[in-house]
Design a protein around this ligand. Structure first.
Ligand code: HEM
Ligand SMILES: *[C@@H]1O[C@H](CO)[C@@H](O)[C@H](O)[C@H]1NC(C)=O
Length: 502
């Protein structure tokens, strides 16, 4: 008897699961939205397999679906995800109708994992008040204040590299560049000399690497994706406990030290301490609780070093492939510096417009964040269609796909900084190029990121010459485990001193 009942029950569960998956995976069909045919259970992405970087997966979807209308559907396992395939609609979602898309839909857990409750992850209302509090931290005035710190780190990086090329002719640049940006953000966000330049095992670098490598495809991600509310109650964390403890401690010590000794250093930490609620366990009007302060510090650190260092990595890669652009960039740096008495100042850096073109083109070809994420917070009628994006639907913008679409950027695999001449920019759709996102949730650290990349590039071009190394001769592939678009196995370059540098 019992055996029969068990078989019956199992069969029933199987049928229910089957029907649930089928129902979920006909979501787009039932709404007459163009879509890709899902594989049973897996849908279209198989993110746990880790065979393709997420930006490339969504670029593929973009190419397959872009001729079928402004919006199309895919499935990540059983979850329907909308893919935006039209630039006007990108603009509506990010900018014009932002009110319908204020969230990214990322998991965080304020109680069990306070560092995960940072601005990038927070939903609408919580995000808004935090963004308002933090915006004054990133004005051009504040960037000017931090400029000397960035240059100091650039100088250290330069000296380190000069020593290194005396002994080695081929260098792994990705790691070196990440150490440079780690030092910059360490100084600016924590006021700490991370020293990762000299000491590759410096704690900051180790913890940062741990966070970015090996994020995708973890089983806990499946849980908090499928049932975020349940995961929150069950105490599922985003960060490993040792990473989290390390950063909470660093922030604790830094805050205490500065408050006790009344230290002011014109950096992010300083600005955050000014907003610290003396009643540390709660936030208030314009004030941050200790946990909130620590979470933002942590976010600046994460957002600051990885994105900017991969930007510099790809830039050096392209400049090594095209020596004439590299030389033009070098001449430009020399000429502008000559006009400014050879000094790297805020003004001279601002005058180096050709470097902006180079960096912008590198951001086009290799957007460090290759997909933008939104979640519908209110039903949204897609203009000029019958499609309604329902509340709670995830909406992805395939940045890498758009940046490589020949209809948007002709001959997209060619690296051409002149795409960013004022005329060419004028002739493009305003949402054609969005490496920093767009609208109210655009990257808050955009100026800072570009500034540190530019200062790094100035030192690199001024004093060194780059050529493709033996190990990087074959076309580079993308690291599928990385959240950002970064080269598998790093970037190996032949580096020489520029003997003409003064
Ligand atoms: C080259 C460097 C960088 C790139 C390519 C980059 C890219 C991005 C992108 C694509 C987003 C999402 C935008 C959207 O969804 O519309 C973002 C958000 C963000 N970035 Fe950056 N970023 C860079 C550097 C930085 C730096 C240096 C910081 C801080 C020091 C920073 C802090 C943030 C923060 C706090 C957010 C969340 C903004 C919000 O939700 O309101 N980023 N970034
Ligand atoms: C380098 O870039 C320039 C300018 O875009 C282009 O004319 C030239 O063909 C490129 N050279 C190589 C080797 O790709």
């Amino acid at each position: 008897m019992v055996v029969v009942e068990i078989i019956m029950a199992t069969a029933m569960v199987a049928v229910i699961v089957y029907l649930y998956v089928k129902r979920q995976q006909t979501y787009w069909a039932r709404r007459n939205v163009p879509h890709l045919k899902p594989e049973f259970f897996y849908g279209n992405t198989k993110t746990l397999d880790r065979t393709e970087q997420i930006g490339i997966i969504f670029a593929r979807f973009y190419n397959e679906l872009k001729n079928s209308g402004p919006l199309a559907g895919v499935y990540m396992y059983v979850r329907p995800v909308a893919v935006v395939t039209d630039l006007e609609l990108v603009k509506c979602i990010l900018v014009k109708d932002f009110q319908h898309f204020t969230d990214r839909g990322f998991y965080y857990n304020e109680i069990h994992d306070p560092l995960s409750a940072h601005m990038f992850n927070l939903p609408g209302s919580k995000w808004k008040s935090l963004r308002q509090k933090l915006s004054p931290t990133f004005t051009s005035g504040k960037m000017k204040m931090m400029f000397s710190t960035i240059v100091a780190a650039g100088k250290q990086f330069n000296d380190f590299l000069e020593e290194k090329v005396e002994r080695e002719s081929e260098l792994e640049m990705k790691d070196l560049l990440a150490r440079f940006t780690t030092d910059v953000i360490g100084m600016c966000a924590f006021g700490i000399e991370c020293n990762s330049m000299k000491d590759p095992d410096a704690q900051f670098r180790v913890m940062g690497r741990k966070f970015f490598e090996d994020q995708r495809g973890q089983v806990k991600n499946v849980f908090h994706n499928a049932a975020p509310e349940l995961a929150k109650k069950a105490g599922v964390r985003v960060l490993d406990k040792d990473v989290s403890d390390f950063f909470l401690n660093v922030v604790r010590e830094t805050v205490d030290y500065r408050v006790k000794n009344n230290i002011k250093r014109n950096d992010f930490m300083d600005l955050l301490i000014q907003m610290r609620n003396p009643e540390e366990s709660e936030s208030g009007e314009g004030l941050l609780s200790f946990n909130e302060l620590a979470a933002q510090c942590f976010l600046f650190y994460l957002a600051g070093f990885e994105t900017s260092s991969t930007l510099l990595t790809w830039t050096l890669y392209e400049l090594s492939l095209n020596q004439s652009i590299q030389e033009k960039g070098r001449q430009h740096v020399m000429n502008v510096l000559d006009k400014h008495d050879g000094e790297i100042t805020y003004e001279s850096v601002n005058d180096m417009i050709y470097l902006d073109k180079i960096l912008n083109e590198a951001l086009r070809k290799y957007p460090p964040v290759p997909v933008h994420f939104r979640e519908a917070t209110k039903d949204y009628q897609v203009p000029d269609t019958k499609i309604v994006i329902e509340t709670g639907t995830k909406v992805f913008i395939p940045v890498y796909g758009i940046h490589h679409d020949p209809a948007v950027f002709p001959d997209p695999e060619r690296f051409d900084p002149e795409r960013f001449s004022p005329e060419q920019v004028q002739n493009r759709h305003p949402c054609a190029w969005t490496p920093f996102g767009e609208g109210p949730r655009i990257c808050i650290g955009l100026r800072f990121g570009l500034l540190q990349a530019k200062v790094g590039l100035i030192y690199l071009l001024k004093n060194f010459k780059f050529d493709i190394g033996e190990k990087s001769k074959a076309p580079l592939s993308f690291d599928v485990k990385s959240l950002t678009l970064s080269p598998e196995g790093g970037l190996s370059l032949k580096v020489k001193k520029n003997l003409l540098a003064n």
